[in-house]
Design a protein around this ligand. Structure first.
Ligand SMILES: Nc1ncnc2c1ncn2[C@@H]1O[C@H](COP(=O)(O)OP(=O)(O)OP(=O)(O)O)[C@@H](O)[C@H]1O
Length: 233
């Protein structure tokens, strides 16, 4: 599976739809999304509130099953997998950073980063978690609990948790939405630096045109479909 310039594809989506609810309550959220993303590409996903950005990310990252259409992610056919298979396919391949940090309050920073890797059978989870926390500037906060960390520090832990398993794909949904501007800039700089080191594909939902301009490609959504794509010729 390759793109027109022969780069391997991280994502190939054809005519993806997502309908939630049934009967009269059914809502068509994605209405035929076509999208190809090259391996290593950094893509900004923009669009008005309610246009379907988070829903598309949920489908592309395997958190939600598409209602119809074909979807290949990192060489795996997501469209034929059930939820258990999707969860297995996500593990180690896909890292997700959300606006709310979703750290487990009873675990230290290191445990928050290490636990998903341990569950995936990684024997070096502890040292790798510590190394990644070091890399995001939290070497001095390894045994702190989330409540003992600032918002920016918590998002660094969430970033470390997403990146430590060395995923080929990183999804970020407004990762600076809960942070002040300066802290948000720091997180984005870190995310871009860690991504570049790993050569991973990054898809980032943002309302910030300045951040979008730092990406290789800008795709906008409107009303459940792709409206514009800066890579289209
Ligand atoms: N579980 C659900 N059931 C019904 N409708 C839903 C559900 N989740 C989302 N929607 C609807 O789907 C549409 C797309 O939502 P989505 O969160 O993907 O948009 P978005 O572009 O990410 O918006 P925002 O920028 O506000 O986060 C919205 O109209 C939303 O109300």
């Amino acid at each position: 599976m390759t793109s027109p310039n022969n780069a391997p594809l991280a994502i190939s989506a054809r005519n993806l739809t997502l309908t939630l609810g049934e009967g009269d309550a059914a809502v068509e959220i994605l209405r035929g999304v076509d999208l190809e993303v090259a391996d290593g590409e950094v893509l900004a996903l923009l669009g008005p509130s309610g246009s379907g950005k988070s829903s598309l990310m949920a489908v592309l990252s395997g958190l939600e099953r598409a209602t119809s259409g074909s979807l290949w992610v990192a060489g795996e056919d997501f469209s034929t997998m059930d939820e258990d298979a999707l969860a297995r396919a996500r593990r180690g391949r896909i890292g997700i950073v959300l606006q709310a940090f979703h750290l487990l309050p009873t675990m230290t920073a290191t445990e928050n980063v290490a636990t998903p890797m341990e569950l995936a059978g990684d024997k070096d989870a502890g040292p790798r978690a510590a190394a990644e926390l070091e890399a995001v500037g939290l070497g001095h906060r390894l045994t702190h609990y989330p409540t003992q960390l600032s918002g920016g520090e918590q998002q660094r832990v969430a970033l470390a948790r997403a990146i430590a398993p060395r995923p080929r794909l990183i999804f970020a949904d407004e990762p600076t939405g809960n942070l002040d501007v300066a802290t948000g800039h720091d997180i984005i700089d870190l995310m871009f630096a860690r991504r570049a080191e790993a050569g991973a594909t990054l898809i980032i939902i943002t309302h910030d045109p300045e951040l979008a301009a730092r990406c290789d490609r800008i795709v906008t959504m409107a009303d459940g479909v792709i409206a514009t794509d800066s890579s289209a010729s």
